[in-house]
Structure formats: C-alpha cells, structure tokens
Design a protein around this ligand. Structure first.
Ligand SMILES: [Zn+2]
Length: 108
C-alpha cells in the first residue's frame, strides 16, 4: 500500500530535517513518495525511517504489556486443576505471540 507523507509528517519529520541542514534531493522515495534526503553522505527517506521507528516502538509497547501479563499469571497460579489448566493455556498463548513478535522483529 502506497501512503504518502501526512501533513503531520511533513511538519514534524520533513520540515525539521530541512531546517537541520539535510539536503533535499529531487528524487522521491518509491515506497511513500516523500522526497529523499541526503545527510553526511547517506541518502534516506525520513518518512519511512520515522514510520519504521514508530512501528518498532508500538511493538515494544505491546510486548511489554504481554510480558507483564505473563508475570502476573505466573505469580498467581491457582490450586484448582481446571483453573490451573486455563491459566497455563493462557500463558502458553502469550508466549506464542511473543515468539511471533520476536520473529517479526528479526525480519527486515
Ligand atoms: Zn519513504
């Protein structure tokens, strides 16, 4: 899906970059259509970099919450066997999701 820079991104990602002395090139990012920039000899798309960072931050947030829940579950195991079974199944599911997240993060 092609999604150009939003107004917010223009103002908060691209503008500050221009003011910081990065050079705006007359080429555009094939992914999002934002102008590419060059700084310290490196050509990059500020919008894609910003989105990537955001995504990673969001994933970290979810991961942390899942970990918290996992700890919570682990420290409150019920004595009742049926309840325990449910508990363990929930923990197993959380670990599965965490594992999937880890794989996602490994990919690029
Ligand atoms: Zn881009």
């Amino acid at each position: 899906m092609k999604k150009g820079p939003t107004e917010w991104e223009m103002k908060n990602v691209i503008m500050p970059l221009m003011l910081s002395g990065a050079k705006m090139l007359d080429r555009h990012c094939p992914k999002c259509g934002s102008p590419l920039f060059e700084k310290d000899g490196r050509v990059f798309c500020p919008v894609c970099e910003y989105r990537e960072k955001q995504k990673r931050r969001e994933m970290k947030g979810v991961e942390e919450k899942l970990r918290e829940k996992l700890n919570e579950l682990a420290s409150s195991l019920p004595d009742n066997i049926d309840e325990l079974e449910k508990h363990l199944r929930a923990m197993e599911r959380i670990m599965e999701v965490l594992e999937r997240y880890r794989k996602l993060e490994g990919e690029k």
